[in-house]
Design a protein around this ligand. Structure first.
Ligand code: BGC
Length: 757
């Protein structure tokens, strides 16, 4: 195929004017793409059209060979380019040239609150994809974080529709600037993993439009995404890969999406619905043919022979087929047929730098206090907070916890990678604190699996000692240590941060709580580093002076964590979700609205989103007296900031106006650092119930010690509106609003009242 394309390209270059006149329109780059598509369509046979609307292998679909269109190669996504798999299987193919850079998981990207890093992420990933010959990256994921048990939250961008929207747009644009399509997933309402093929989500229109759709809409309307992936679950009793409302009405009609709807792998269940309800390209169907190993398994796909037969027998016209083919051809012209695409690079220095930078900006300093002195009844505190740890002091550092020695880029489902390297936390700490004595105690045994689909990495985690022996060893070493760094949290195994299931409970798994309790009894100077894409309960947090959210940050994990602990990097990440003290603080759980109720035939489980629009901090604000452990938007720094009084350019606003709010921000500490100014809107009176406040703008600002800068945030009427079910449209009510400015959902420092007329 490559040869055929080169021949065509070489041929084009040396055309005489006469030959150029005979150039078919579909190959003429001077002609508008839509005209070229018309031309190809008119040349394609029914078989060729049917062939391009379904897969031919696990991750590829055919082009149109006769006309010189190469095959289309997709690949996961979203944190790096997945290793090649065998033609028909999930098992890795065993290539030696498909190791990649593992970028931080998307929760970490969201925690940077820095859209320019999302752009860098997309561009870097696009270059890796190009080198690997992938035309569509199956990501990013923007399903809203509804419950902290959600198995795939680590692949998404948090609980807030505005934050996720601002971060997804540059990711998509960065990726596509390289001629690689984003496939934004999982559209829509795939907010937990348990029974994901059977869950029928029941949700109000208002909730759908205010909470669960905005990030998808932004990716499509603002980001210009070239493809989108239907979700496994159902909505309105119809699978989302062929859901008339979500695909035909909202995506293709209302948002004018001109790209390709790709099914999630095995998410297509019905030819009739797939033909009529907006699915364009079918992947991963687990047909009888496949289980029986038939050689023509792909012909049995819903959009393969059954579709062709339907057309031949007159059950379907070719109207829908031509629309699907047109969209796929458009995707070809944007990717495989785009000769302006740049070249790709795999594992380049710039990609590692990008991965490290995103990790360093996403890591969140949750808590940082001075240690309470034991000898004075715990009443007096030491002078300085525990972090950062001075790397120039030859201290005795004890690292405890399995996550210090466990590879996290392998596992978790489809986002699993074959990273060229992954620096473990223990190695990062040893490298950075080379003047210290760094000892290690495992403390507990969690999950010793270190492989996924044939990719096996890491040192052996095999362990024979008993739980008590492991705790005893850690405690003994802790007595001698100046500081303990506990690296724990979740991992990428089943029922943890992993596709296919949710967590079974909110607690830290294995014996971690026991180990931490035992450690702080003998040495209170403990820094807890949590590795996860989700919040977990931290019952001992009052007795631990410092805590860091370390996410899953990929190739540069150890370096990134150590740089934050040592203070080389001043942490500036902010939580993209509310960190509940207990599960009952989360609306979905407080209302017993998860995982749903099985119908009598046990085929479908109805999950009613009873908390409605009150997701995350929107729910917390309703609880009033129940503070979460850490609020949405929370994240500390090694320096301090002062946010001044907010001023605005007007007191009254109309539909035509924009309102600009400005605050002076000063770095009042001794270190350079970054603060994220968050603007929430509060509607003082409304005909409908509204969340107390909603994030509508933010800006991250970097300041030198003593430096002051103004930060301006601009909103328009969209920031004041809610989705009105009666008119099926967004609506702003005239009246009084308040702009609340702060550094987290809990820390509002200044407000400004204004009127909308
Ligand atoms: C996942 C998708 C993924 C696809 C291909 C599915 O199981 O839900 O997110 O892109 O597999 O690996």
């Amino acid at each position: 195929m490559k040869q055929m394309m080169s021949a065509i390209v070489a041929g084009l270059a040396s055309l005489s004017p006469l030959q150029a006149q005979n150039l078919p329109v579909y190959l003429d780059e001077k002609k508008p793409v839509e005209q070229r598509i018309d031309d190809v369509l008119s040349r394609m046979t029914l078989d060729e059209k049917i062939a391009i609307v379904h897969a031919q292998s696990k991750f590829s679909s055919p082009g149109v060979k006769r006309l010189g269109f190469p095959d289309l190669w997709t690949d996961d996504g979203p944190h790096g380019v997945r290793p090649d798999v065998r033609w028909d299987e999930w098992e890795q193919a065993g290539q030696t040239n498909d190791s990649c850079v593992a970028f931080p998981a998307l929760t970490c990207l969201a925690a940077t609150w820095n859209p320019s890093l999302a752009r860098l992420y997309g561009e870097s990933l696009g270059e890796e994809a190009l080198y690997r010959g992938k035309n569509v990256i199956l990501g990013p994921g923007v399903n809203i974080y509804r419950t902290p048990l959600g198995g795939r939250n680590f692949e998404y961008m948090g609980e807030d529709p505005w934050l996720a929207s601002r971060m997804v747009v540059p990711y998509v644009q960065g990726l596509q600037s390289k001629g690689v399509a984003a496939c934004v997933k999982h559209y829509a309402l795939n907010n937990d993993e348990e029974y994901r093929h059977q869950v029928n989500v029941i949700v109000s229109d208002r909730t759908l439009h205010e909470i669960y759709l905005p990030a998808f809409r932004a990716a499509v309307v603002e980001g210009g995404a070239w493809s989108i992936m239907g979700a496994y679950n159902l909505y309105q009793n119809q699978h989302n890969c062929h859901n008339a409302t979500l695909l035909n009405k909202i995506l293709k009609h209302d948002w004018q999406f001109d790209g390709v709807v790709i099914s999630d792998w095995g998410g297509c269940h019905d030819t009739d619905e797939a033909v009529k309800n907006g699915l364009d390209l079918e992947f991963g169907t687990w047909t009888d043919g496949l289980t029986m190993g038939a050689t023509n398994a792909y012909d049995m796909y819903y959009l393969a022979n059954p579709y062709k037969r339907g057309i031949e027998q007159g059950r379907y016209s070719t109207k829908e087929l031509d629309d699907k083919v047109r969209r796929i051809l458009r995707l070809f012209y944007r990717t495989t047929m785009n000769r302006q695409r740049p070249y790709g690079f795999l594992c380049s220095e710039s990609h590692y730098e990008a991965a490290l930078k995103i990790a360093q900006e996403g890591i969140v300093l949750l808590k940082n206090e001075a240690v309470k002195r034991k000898e004075e009844g715990g009443k007096r505190r030491e002078a300085t907070p525990v972090l950062p740890l001075n790397p120039d002091i030859p201290a005795r550092i004890l690292v405890v916890g399995e996550n210090a020695i466990k590879m996290m880029t392998v596992g978790g489902g489809s986002s699993s990678l074959k990273a060229q390297h992954e620096i473990l936390p223990i190695d990062g700490i040893r490298n950075r604190f080379c003047k210290a004595t760094v000892d290690f105690a495992r403390g507990y045994v969690g999950d010793t699996v270190q492989s996924y689909n044939g990719v096996t990495v890491g040192r052996s985690l095999y362990e024979t000692r008993s739980k008590d022996q492991l705790i005893a060893e850690a405690v003994e070493k802790a007595r001698q240590a100046d500081v303990i760094i506990f690296i724990g949290g979740l991992n990428k195994s089943d029922y943890q941060d992993c596709e296919g299931h949710d967590r079974k409970g909110y607690e830290l798994p294995y014996a971690q709580n026991e180990v931490i309790e035992a450690l702080v009894k003998v040495n209170p100077r403990l820094v807890y580093v949590n590795i996860s894409g989700n919040s977990v309960s931290l019952p001992w947090i009052d007795r631990v002076p410092a805590a860091v959210q370390g996410w899953f940050v990929g190739s540069e994990t150890g370096t990134a964590i150590a740089s934050v602990l040592a203070g080389d990097v001043n942490p500036s990440g902010k939580l993209p979700f509310t960190w509940y003290a207990s599960l009952q603080q989360c609306g979905a759980h407080a209302l017993d609205a998860y995982p749903g109720t099985w119908r009598a035939d046990h085929k479908v489980i109805d999950e009613e989103y009873r908390e409605g629009i009150f997701v995350g901090y929107r729910w917390t604000d309703r609880l009033k007296h129940q503070k979460p452990l850490f609020a949405f938007g929370h994240g500390l720094s090694y320096t301090t900031f002062k946010i001044g009084k907010v001023r605005a350019d007007r007191r009254q606003m109309t539909s035509e106006d924009k309102l600009t709010l400005t605050v002076e921000v000063t770095n009042t500490g001794m270190l350079a650092g970054a603060e994220t100014i968050q603007l929430y809107i509060h509607d003082k009176r409304s005909a409908v119930e509204r969340p107390y406040k909603e994030l509508k703008a933010f800006r991250k600002i970097f300041l030198q010690p003593g430096e002051t800068q103004p930060v301006s945030l601009t909103i328009d009427k969209a920031a004041l509106s809610y989705y009105d079910e009666a008119t099926a449209d967004w609506k702003v009510e005239p009246g009084e609003f308040e702009a609340l400015i702060g550094s987290s959902a809990e820390k509002i420092v200044s407000s400004f009242s204004f009127t909308f007329k």
